[in-house]
Design a protein around this ligand. Structure first.
Ligand code: CTP
Length: 405
């Protein structure tokens, strides 16, 4: 059975597609999954808790403030005890709540309390689906690592309405669940392992108000840290200045410059694995001005630059070298060739190479297409969310260290 013993927490929102979720429960159970259901108040207008409970074989939970439910299983435990949280149908309202982090009923509270991957199956009227507010919320959810399936095009329940907005069919949702679960590393894949991750840009001061930096968002490095922690590793994340939050379950040290990043990374040794995903500025200003540089009529200031220490190369050549040292290569041309050269030059074990040409939208974006370059060859991965790239990498790391992937 493809979903043997997998624990799915299914949140059923309020839409006509809720009836399909009853079939989804049946299909998941057929494949060996254990399904717990939460029905929102709006969802309960379309189907009954009794039908969800009968199909899943477990009580259907509906109310955050039901004392008996909370005594039975608190909402935090509920959100953590699943392997995957599925929201189907995900209404415009539920997606808006998720994107904003609302926690005013059991469904939204569980969704904000979970440390597991979330899959949403949107279902709404095509006008609602195309509304800028829904577009914004969807973009936010994808950026937060939420996976989606559907919606499909077709006739709506409302007479005369057609377009994109129909919830994906139960079997399509099952396929998306199987794919996601197959990619997620086991929760103990890196148990007992220590991992160091660098992430984000560095900021090299010119004077007290100006600096040299780059467009790195930190999303990929932070995702690796989160996925490693979810796989049981003890993770130290050394992050340059980013606008995204510290990942949960990860100890995060904030730094500004390459020099600070290097000392924080060295202080973390020994570790089993180091993943250098930071976009470290190659150069810094030789003599940082103590006062703000003033504009001078017709005369341009010249900046004298010196090379920054290379964190990846230093870790690779350290006496306390981690067993596995992994670098990233951000390139705009001759991707594989440059990555191979970088692997040798830096002395690391693997390079995750990605094309960061502006047209790819990788810098700052939610997706990535990477090539894993090792001494044995090159493996090209499909376009994936940064979360999925991180999970794939964690599985490979676990396999390389001889753990359960
Ligand atoms: N890196 C690092 N310290 C630096 C520069 C880079 O740790 N001072 C790491 C990055 O974290 C990444 C890898 O080296 O894992 C490749 O970084 P990249 O900037 O692509 O390579 P560079 O060595 O800077 O080469 P180039 O700029 O010529 O592409």
């Amino acid at each position: 059975m493809t979903l043997d013993k997998k624990r799915i927490l299914l949140v059923i929102g309020g839409g006509i597609a809720a009836y399909k979720s009853l079939d989804l429960i049946r299909r998941l159970k057929e494949r060996g999954a254990r399904v717990r259901t939460i029905l929102t108040a709006a969802g309960a207008e379309f189907i009954t808790p009794l039908s969800a409970a009968s199909l899943s074989g477990e009580k259907c939970l509906t109310d955050l403030f039901s004392l008996t439910d909370e005594a039975d299983i608190g909402h935090i435990r509920l959100s953590r005890e699943a392997d995957l949280v599925v929201v189907a149908p995900a209404t415009a309202d539920l997606m808006a709540k998720m994107a904003q982090g609302f926690a005013n009923d059991l469904a939204s509270t569980v969704l904000i309390a979970t440390d597991k991957r979330v899959l949403v199956a949107p279902a709404m009227n095509p006008f609602m689906w195309n509304h800028p507010a829904t577009r914004r919320n969807l973009a936010q959810l994808v950026a937060d690592g939420v996976a989606t399936v559907g919606p499909n095009e077709g006739e709506m329940a409302e007479r005369g309405e057609a377009g994109r907005g129909r919830m994906a069919e139960p079997l399509e949702i099952v396929a998306a669940i199987e794919k996601l679960l197959a990619a997620i590393p086991a929760t103990d894949a890196l148990k007992g392992r220590k991992m160091l991750v660098t992430s984000g840009p560095t900021r090299e001061p010119i004077d007290p108000v100006r600096y040299i930096s780059n467009r790195s968002s930190g999303k990929q490095g932070h995702s690796v840290a989160r996925a490693a922690a979810a796989a049981g590793a003890e993770v130290l994340l050394v992050s340059g200045p980013v606008e995204i939050p510290d990942p949960s379950g990860v100890k995060t040290v904030h730094v500004e410059t390459a020099a600070e990043m290097l000392s924080a990374a060295e202080a973390a040794l020994p570790v089993d694995v180091a993943v250098c995903a930071a976009a470290v500025a190659d150069w810094r200003v030789d003599a940082v001005a103590n006062e703000k540089l003033k504009k001078q009529e017709g005369r341009m200031p010249s900046l004298s630059l010196v090379e920054n220490p290379d964190v990846l190369a230093t870790l690779s050549h350290s006496k306390k070298r981690p067993r596995l040292v992994i670098g990233f290569a951000a390139e705009t041309e001759h991707l594989i060739e440059h990555a191979r050269a970088k692997l040798k030059r830096k002395g690391c074990d693997w390079i995750v190479a990605n094309d960061v040409s502006p047209e790819t939208g990788v810098f700052g974006g939610a997706h990535n297409q990477v090539h894993l370059v090792t001494a044995n060859g090159v493996e090209s991965w499909p376009v994936l969310s940064k979360e999925a790239v991180a999970e794939g990498l964690v599985r490979r790391i676990a396999a390389a260290l001889g753990g359960r992937a």
